[in-house]
Ligand binder design. Sequence first.
Ligand SMILES: Cc1cc2nc3c(=O)[nH]c(=O)nc-3n(C[C@H](O)[C@H](O)[C@H](O)COP(=O)(O)OP(=O)(O)OC[C@H]3O[C@@H](n4cnc5c(N)ncnc54)[C@H](O)[C@@H]3O)c2cc1C
Length: 357
Amino acid sequence: MDHKEAIEPKETPAENPDRCRENLEKAIAEVKKVLPGMTLLENEPMSEHSSFKIGGPARALAVPEDVISLSRLCSVLKDHHIAPMMLGNGTNILFPDEGLDRLFLVSTEKLTKMFLLPDGAIYAEAGVSLSKLASFARQNELAGLEFASGIPGTVGGGTIMNAGAYGGELKDVIESVVCLYAPDQRLYELSNEQCAFSYRTSLFKKLGGCLIVSVVFRLEKGDGEVIAAKMRELNERRRDKQPLDLPSAGSAFKRPEGYFAAALIDEVGLKGYTVGGAQVSEKHAGFVVNVGGATSHDVYDLMMHVRNTVWREKGVQLEPEIIILPPDYKLEDNGPAVRRNLITVTELPEDEGGVPQ
Ligand SMILES: Cc1cc2nc3c(=O)[nH]c(=O)nc-3n(C[C@H](O)[C@H](O)[C@H](O)COP(=O)(O)OP(=O)(O)OC[C@H]3O[C@@H](n4cnc5c(N)ncnc54)[C@H](O)[C@@H]3O)c2cc1C
């Protein structure tokens, strides 16, 4: 729990898809044998676990009861060279329609312990929703998390993404993070500085293989009424401006420096632009919404078109905020390489204008 040394990247073993599938099947069989009480969903439709309501079946999705069973699960997976992908509320991920037959997902749904520490900080496990965390802070007259009360993710997902809104970011209130590093199976406690947070990213996102277990939040003493009023105001602003009635994964693109993604998309005339069931929201051009039956390909093609058009007409490069998983996405216990096979919308085809260097 108290290892504070830096997490060292490891070498990447050569890739072999058949071996990866074989390892996964062996790992699933072993999990069933060694951890019979653990909820293990096989070929689970990811559309059920995604705020976009998109995604085919994932080969395995386990739901550990607590941190100890999470750690035992990871150790079984490690024996079979599998690193799990953590799943919070699925509010920032585009899952592929084809499914994920090479991936073992672990949901933090049941990791929901939260309490006040003797020194007044809040301890929250990874699966606590940000709205519950913000309410808990308000009940205890602690200010600083008002901005987070309307973000639909979890503590774990929010920390890796350094979620933020209305001028606040989780990095402003995180004191320390405990993560299980899949490649060496050790727990690390990192201070705020060691987490290397910046706009919508963190050490955990850059490195991969880090499973966030719990987070300590350091807040200021405040007035419960004032905190509640601020939360109401921000949530009203959210309801007024954002298409909360339609499935989405929040802002599709990060804010490019010096610009607003939504304004750029609006200016190039793409508000309401539709591909299949995916649409640039009529209410907020920064959101891509599922207006009915959208596929992951619809969303991807739409995001490519938006990105290409904004680059061509405005000379600004948009980078996706949503995590886009390709069908062959997999995680092996090779540390920093685990995120290499993520699709990004950053490589434009030659005929669409090229990428600014
Ligand atoms: C309507 C709407 C509004 C939104 N508004 C905002 C906003 O204002 N600001 C903002 O920043 N975001 C916003 N989002 C995006 C999203 O809610 C945040 O990024 C959120 O922090 C993601 O949390 P999650 O639990 O859903 O993560 P998931 O979507 O489940 O996962 C996101 C990433 O985090 C990883 N992850 C999840 N849990 C863990 C863990 N315990 N350990 C390691 N990795 C983990 C996953 O593997 C994945 O890579 C919005 C989304 C929606 C749908």
